[in-house]
Write a protein that binds this ligand. Structure first.
Ligand SMILES: *Cc1c(COP(=O)(O)O)cnc(C)c1O
Length: 469
């Protein structure tokens, strides 16, 4: 399987090439040259397998010859064996046609573990084989950072640098990153927003000298291997609720458009998916884009669901590429104009193509807290604010007749990762799982830096320039 850049000016690479590069050298994102296709009965056969097996099967479609299939089975068994729930991604029924897919049973209590745990193992195998080292740099709005650190801290060939927006991640999220103290781990609190952090990462990748000197690689959700790993739970969830070839809808709390795009990839591969619901919080650029064709970043507003406090959603470029019929010249033009004007009007034909698969809703802060409270009343269970955004969106989209039939809402974080909001809504304090009971007593280590690429470069160069890995 070959991977091509959305912007059409980089040569094709294999799965391992896309894994190690992250972003394509022409500034585009890697996409499979053609979607692997499964029949519905194959989808069901794989979806009904134990999670780790299903993951190895799906990943081998994407990896092609680049990774040995037996090795993939070992890696996924290892990666998902450490999840706290034996089902890995258990599904709960919460209404007649309503389900919640729990994606927070991994080591850092958020769905990012699904991709990161396998990514760490893929990196290790590829770098050992090539006898190379890599410095991973990642911008986080809270959950990616801890998931990446947890997955990579014991990789001998990987250094990891995590940028988080200072004061804009929850204390639990911060401590889960900064309490991991290891010579190959560097946490940096950036004086700015998540979008600033993401822009710095892009700037570092654009500096070829720097990329070479520290051997830079990325694990943000622009990395194709992450999306590939995230398609798996759409299969297992679908198989456990759908009759024969019954289409099911998914509602996804969305930030960088990675998770919901994995659902789109699953659909492109042949999984019967009716609608993909994009749930946004008060940072509603994706809702404006899908409902009105207006993709214009506003100022980021901090909310109770910080992992969705994003204005420029990197993976949206992948959808535009698809909706434009994979016309990379048109896409490049669009992205260049967007980068000049900081605003994009999506034309009617492209928008119509997007709406064949996607619907959207934006949920306010009041509605988010009300949904946490309402859910607790109805079920006795606590949900985190990201999940609440998606549940509120699912209820609204069904009420408006936009989605009908079975709806699976993705639950992306454990409520104890966001105790403040849960407490405010319900008066109950969600307990952290045992593994984290001493989190607030662990020492922390982090650096601070202004939101400037040069400041970050010099820190990373000092720590990890070639030779010091
Ligand atoms: C990252 C994250 C999201 C958003 O996922 P994207 O792939 O960026 O759209 C939603 N909820 C939680 C808890 C997250 O950590």
């Amino acid at each position: 399987m070959e991977y091509i850049s959305t912007r059409g000016r980089a040569s094709a690479v294999d799965f391992e090439g896309a894994l190690l590069a992250g972003l394509a050298p022409d500034g585009g994102l890697y996409m499979p040259e053609a979607w692997p296709r499964l029949t519905v009965s194959e989808a069901r056969r794989i979806g009904e397998m134990p999670y780790a097996k299903a993951a190895a099967e799906i990943l081998s479609f994407f990896a092609g010859d680049a990774v040995d299939s037996a090795l993939l089975h070992e890696m996924t068994a290892d990666a998902y064996g450490g999840f706290a729930d034996p089902a890995v991604a258990p599904l709960r029924k919460v209404g007649d046609d309503d389900y919640i897919l729990e994606l927070f049973h991994g080591p850092t209590l958020a769905f990012k573990d699904f991709a990161m745990q396998i990514l760490g193992r893929l990196f290790d195998a590829a770098l050992t084989r090539r006898d190379e080292t890599l410095t991973i740099i990642v911008a986080t709005s809270g959950d990616t950072g801890s998931a990446a650190i947890e997955a990579l801290k014991s990789c001998a060939r990987v250094n990891i640098v995590v940028l988080h927006p200072e004061g804009r991640v929850s204390e639990v999220q911060r401590r889960m990153m900064t309490s991991v103290i290891a010579p190959n781990v560097c946490n940096i609190a950036v004086d700015g927003s998540f979008d600033d952090c993401q822009a710095i990462v892009k700037a570092l990748f654009a500096d070829e000298t720097f990329v070479r000197s520290v051997r830079l690689g990325g694990v943000n959700s622009i990395n194709w291997a992450r999306l590939a790993a995230q398609t798996v739970y759409y299969y297992t969830a679908w198989a456990s609720v759908a009759g024969k070839d019954e289409p099911v809808s998914f509602v996804v709390p969305t930030g960088n458009f990675g998770d919901v795009f994995a659902g789109y990839a699953a659909k492109k591969m042949g999984l019967p998916v009716a609608k993909l619901g994009v749930a946004a919080n008060a940072n509603d650029i994706l809702h404006r884009a899908i409902s009105k064709g207006d993709y214009t970043p506003a100022t980021v507003r901090p909310t109770a669901s910080p992992s969705m406090d994003i204005q420029v959603a990197s993976n949206f470029e992948r959808l535009l590429f698809e909706a434009k019929g994979r016309d990379n010249t048109a896409l490049r033009d669009l992205m260049e104009k967007f980068s000049d004007k900081r605003s994009m009007r999506i034309d009617d034909a492209t928008l119509a193509a997007i709406r064949e698969d996607f619907v959207s809703a934006a949920v306010s802060e009041e509605e988010t807290l009300a949904e946490i409270a309402q859910h607790e009343k109805a079920t006795g269970d606590l949900i985190d604010p990201h999940t609440a955004v998606a549940r509120a969106a699912a209820i609204r989209l069904r009420g408006e007749g936009v989605i009908s039939g079975k709806i699976i809402t993705l639950s992306t974080a454990h409520p104890a990762k966001f105790p403040e909001a849960v407490e405010q809504a319900t008066g109950r304090t969600p307990a952290l799982p045992k593994a984290y009971s001493d989190l607030f007593d662990r020492p922390e280590e982090m650096r601070k830096a202004p939101a400037a690429a040069d400041a970050i470069k010099s820190i990373v160069n000092d720590l990890f320039a070639k030779g010091s890995a």
